[in-house]
Structures are given as structure tokens and as C-alpha cells.
Write a new protein. Structure first.
Length: 70
């Protein structure tokens, strides 16, 4: 019975936050991210970011990609 009383007073995690589709990146934001990742030598993140921007994949799809050597 105590769990019912607790559920009534719970506040949603996204209350007051913007939900839904986000605005696309602007070109200057894309280049700013690329430069920052390059300067910090974050090669993996830069490769994933570039692949995502170029192919318009979602983050969950990017992480599941496998690298093959031929």
C-alpha cells in the first residue's frame, strides 16, 4: 500500500523539459565540434561524428557499426 502513495507524489523526470524532435545542427556548430574533437585527439569520437553527419544515422545505429579490415 505504501508504494501507491509514493507513486501519487512522484514527479515525471521530464517535467518542464523540452521533449520531442530537436533542431538540426547548423553548419558552424558541426565544424566547431569537428575542430574541438581534432584538437583533443579524440579520433574515435571524431570518426563516429563524421560518419553520423555524413550518413544521417542515429547514435544507437552508429554504435552498433563494426569495423572490417579487407
Amino acid at each position: 500500500m505504501g508504494s501507491n502513495a509514493n507513486a501519487v507524489n512522484r514527479e515525471p523526470w521530464n517535467k518542464g523539459k523540452i521533449v520531442g524532435q530537436k533542431a538540426p545542427f547548423k553548419l558552424k556548430d558541426i565544424w566547431a565540434l569537428r575542430v574541438r574533437l581534432q584538437r583533443e585527439s579524440r579520433v574515435r569520437e571524431l570518426a563516429l561524428f563524421n560518419r553520423g553527419i555524413d550518413s544521417k544515422l542515429r547514435g544507437s545505429d552508429l554504435v552498433s557499426l563494426k569495423v572490417r579490415q579487407k
